[in-house]
Write a protein that binds this ligand. Structure first.
Ligand SMILES: [Zn+2]
Length: 462
C-alpha cells in the first residue's frame, strides 16, 4: 500500500473473487449446474456473513433492533424470514435524515483512499434518486453477474459491442461496460445514447466494426433498425447482431434481427440478479449472489410459490452497501426448486410483471395497471405500448388506459368500444379506454430513455 493508498487492484483478492463468483464461460461449466444442497449450503454461509456485516450499518441495526431481530438468529435459510424488510420509502427517509447518502451505506466516502469506491444513483433525473456506494469488490461481482447474463444472451469473449446506454449518474451503462471489458474481453464502443452519437452514426459504427450487440432499450434498438433500413442497410443481413440483451418487445426484436431474445431481471442497487435460459421456463436466479422472497405487496406477508407478489431481495455478494430483505415492489413469482431442461437447479422466477406499489383499489377490487395492459394489448390491432392513469371523477375513482395502435384513425372508435368490452368482460369493471397513435404517449412511458417503461400515473391527488 503506497502512502496509505490502496489501489483498486490491491483492494480485491482476484483469485478468491473468481473462485467464489465464477465468470463465464467457466460459470456455465460449473456453478450453473450445482446441485440443490451445494446451492443452499453456499447461500447459508454467505447469508450469515452478510447479516453480520449489515448489522454494523446504522440503518439495518436500527430497523433490526426495533423488530427484535439479531443476525445470530440465522441458522438456516428459512430464518431469513425473521428479518424485517424495508422499502424504498425507508431509504428515502434515511436520505432525508442523513443527506446526501443516507445511513444505509456500508462504506463512507472518507474511506475512499483505502477502499476504492464509486457512487451511482437510481433514476438520475429527479432530486429523489437513491445513491448506492459500490466498493471495487461489488463492482467486480456485478460485472461478473452481468457478463454471465450477456454470455447467456449470446455475447462471446472478444466480440465488439456498442454500448448505447447513457453514461450518467446511473449504474446501467457502467455495469454493462465493466461486464464486457473486464469479464468478457469485449471491444466496447462507448457511443452513449442517441443524444451523444446520432442514430445514423450508431448504425455506421455497428456495420464498420461488425458489432454483435447494441446495448440500449428495446425500443431504441427497433428505432435503430428503422434508421438502418432508411440507409439501405438490412438489419439481419448487413449487420452482425447475434445477441439482443435489450429489454423490450420480444417478438418484434426477434423478427427484426433474427436472433433469440432472453429476459433478464435486475435493478440499480443490486445489478443483474436473474436470467432466462434457452429453455425459456422462467428466469434462473444467480443464487450464489441472491436469495429472493415473494411477499404480499400490501401486507408484506409471505406468499406461496407460484403466487404473484412483490420481490423481496437479499444480496449475498457485497462488501459495500447491503441490500438485506429489500422489498423492491417489483412484481413476480417464484417457482419451486426443480431441475430445468437446461440442466440447472438454480431457482427460477417469473418475468418482471409490473410494480406492486401501482396497485389501485377500484370499487373494492385490486387492480394492477400491467394487468389492464395485458388484456388491452391482446387486441389484434393494439401494439405492446400502453399507459394507465387513475383519476378522480366526482367522488368516484376511474381508470383510463391509453393504447397505441398503428391502425388508421377512422378505426379508433370501433377499437375503443371493443377494448372497453374486453376489459369489462375480464375484470367485471368499467375501465375507460382510448386509442392513440404511435409516439403519442412516449413522454408518459419514457420508453426511449427508461430501461423499464413507465405504465402508470396516479392523478387522483392532482
Ligand atoms: Zn434453464
Amino acid at each position: 500500500m503506497a502512502r496509505g493508498i490502496r489501489r483498486p487492484h490491491e483492494s480485491v483478492d482476484y483469485a478468491a473473487l473468481v473462485r467464489d463468483y465464477p465468470p463465464p464461460p467457466e460459470y456455465f461449466e460449473s456453478a450453473w449446474y450445482d446441485d440443490p444442497d451445494t446451492i443452499e449450503h453456499k447461500q447459508l454461509l454467505r447469508l450469515k456473513e452478510r447479516a453480520q456485516q449489515a448489522y454494523r450499518v446504522p440503518f439495518f441495526r436500527r430497523n433490526w433492533d426495533a423488530a427484535g431481530f439479531h443476525p445470530s438468529q440465522i441458522e438456516t435459510l428459512e430464518d431469513l424470514w425473521k428479518a424485517p424488510f424495508y422499502t424504498v420509502d425507508d431509504l428515502r427517509k434515511s436520505i432525508e435524515a442523513h443527506p446526501p447518502l443516507g445511513d444505509y451505506q456500508g462504506v463512507t466516502p472518507d474511506q475512499a483512499c483505502s477502499e476504492p469506491m464509486r457512487v451511482y444513483m437510481s433514476g438520475g433525473t429527479t432530486g429523489k434518486s437513491r445513491p448506492t456506494l459500490y466498493t471495487q469488490w461489488d463492482r467486480e461481482v456485478g460485472g461478473i453477474l452481468g457478463a454471465r447474463g450477456m454470455y447467456l444472451h449470446g455475447v462471446r469473449p472478444g466480440d465488439t459491442i456498442i454500448n448505447a446506454w447513457a453514461y450518467s449518474t446511473h449504474n446501467g451503462a457502467f455495469n454493462f461496460d465493466e461486464s464486457l471489458y473486464r469479464w468478457l474481453n469485449c471491444l466496447v464502443l462507448t457511443t452513449g445514447s442517441g443524444n451523444v452519437t446520432s442514430s445514423r452514426r450508431q448504425i455506421e459504427l455497428a456495420r464498420e466494426y461488425g458489432a454483435s450487440a447494441i446495448l440500449t432499450t428495446g425500443d431504441y434498438l427497433l428505432h435503430l433498425a428503422e434508421v438502418a433500413r432508411e440507409m439501405g442497410i438490412d438489419p439481419r443481413e448487413d449487420l452482425a447482431i447475434r445477441a439482443v440483451p435489450n429489454v423490450g418487445d420480444r417478438e418484434r426484436i426477434e423478427e427484426v434481427f433474427g436472433v433469440p431474445h432472453y429476459a433478464s431481471y435486475g435493478f440499480h442497487e443490486v445489478q443483474w440478479a436473474a436470467i432466462e435460459c434457452p429453455a425459456r421456463q422462467g428466469l434462473h436466479i444467480f443464487e450464489d449472489a441472491f436469495v429472493m422472497h415473494v411477499v404480499d405487496p400490501e401486507t408484506g406477508e409471505r406468499l406461496p410459490d407460484g403466487e404473484l407478489g412483490s420481490l423481496c431481495v437479499t444480496e449475498l455478494y457485497k462488501t459495500g452497501s447491503p441490500q438485506f430483505r429489500y422489498n423492491i415492489m417489483d412484481l413476480s413469482y417464484l417457482m419451486p426448486r426443480g431441475q430445468c431442461e437446461c440442466g440447472s437447479w438454480l431457482r427460477r422466477m417469473g418475468p418482471f410483471a409490473g410494480r406492486g406499489d401501482n396497485m389501485v383499489k377500484l370499487r373494492g377490487v385490486n387492480l394492477w395497471p400491467e394487468a389492464l395492459g395485458e388484456i388491452a394489448t391482446a387486441h389484434p390491432k393494439a401494439t405492446e405500448d400502453y399507459f394507465v392513469r387513475a383519476r378522480r371523477s366526482g367522488n368516484r375513482d376511474e381508470m383510463i388506459i391509453s393504447v397505441v395502435s398503428q391502425a388508421p384513425e377512422s378505426e379508433y372508435e370501433t377499437m375503443r368500444v371493443e377494448l372497453e368490452a374486453m376489459l369489462k368482460e375480464r375484470l367485471g369493471l368499467r375501465i375507460q379506454a382510448e386509442v392513440v397513435a404511435p409516439g403519442a404517449i412516449d413522454d408518459w412511458t419514457e420508453i426511449h430513455t427508461a430501461p423499464k417503461p413507465k405504465r402508470f400515473r396516479d392523478e387522483r391527488d392532482a
